[in-house]
Ligand binder design. Structure first.
Ligand SMILES: N[C@@H](CCC(=O)N[C@@H](CS)C(=O)NCC(=O)O)C(=O)O
Length: 224
């Protein structure tokens, strides 16, 4: 049994998709990041970075979504491309981990949450998020999957953020990324994606962006 520490944001959702696709038995453990539960000692013991997702399997804790995807894929021998694609697998997985995720995350932060003034950071992260989605879209022209001949963990890694492309970029932009959207739609049509997204019905996370949520999200700000 795998313990899966999650919320509904893009990084945990990639792991939920893998767990559902692989049919692995798991126990979802909700961690409410707007309430600051990610900083509880029992969570930080598992991930010193105090973020989600985390899995614990056979007493081994693994954190960071793309590391978890690779770990589970290798451990269970699922959703990996043929060995000759190993280089491509690592390149695109790291591209998703170090580019798509962070730039999209910061674009969301500055577009939807950060206090003013934010013109410059918003322009920068919007530009970089859009550029990364464009790299993915161009790579997917004339191919069904990110790496090799079949659906795999890089597709899952990309799905986490790209399914939220309109929220990340702040408008109706899907039509501008036809190849990427084809991939996302192909994944969304799978029962495992519906089951992963269906985790939403299992726990009522805090939604209101109240004072406590604000203090958690803006903990880097010095008190006035
Ligand atoms: N590189 C990490 C990023 C994890 C991350 O930023 N998780 C978010 C949810 S998507 C989180 O836990 N945020 C809470 C916080 O930053 O305090 C990964 O890919 O798992």
């Amino acid at each position: 049994m795998i313990d899966f520490y999650y919320n509904f944001s893009p990084n945990p959702m990639k792991v939920a998709l893998f767990l559902e696709e692989a049919g692995l038995a798991y126990r979802p453990v909700p961690v409410d990041t707007l309430l600051g539960e990610q900083f509880a000692p029992e969570i930080v013991r598992l991930n010193p970075n105090g973020k989600l997702p985390i899995i614990v399997e056979d007493g081994v804790a693994v954190f960071d979504s793309n590391a978890i995807l690779l770990y589970l894929a290798e451990k269970h021998g699922r959703f990996l491309p043929a060995p000759e694609y190993r280089g491509q697998l690592l390149s695109w997985l790291m591209f998703a981990a170090s580019g798509v995720g962070p730039y999209s995350g910061q674009a969301v932060h500055f577009r939807h949450y950060a206090p003013d003034p934010k013109d410059y950071p918003l322009q920068r992260y919007d530009f970089e998020a859009r550029r990364h989605f464009t790299v993915l879209d161009e790579h997917l022209a004339g191919r069904n999957w990110m790496v090799g001949d079949g659906y795999g963990i890089v597709d899952m890694a990309v799905w986490g953020w790209a399914r939220n492309i309109d929220f990340v970029l702040g408008g109706e932009f899907r039509a501008g990324f036809p190849n990427l959207v084809r991939l996302i739609d192909a994944i969304e049509a799978r029962p495992a994606a519906a089951a992963a997204v269906g985790l939403r019905d299992r726990h009522a996370f805090q939604r209101e962006f109240d004072e406590r949520a604000r203090r958690t999200m803006f903990r880097h700000l010095k008190p006035a």
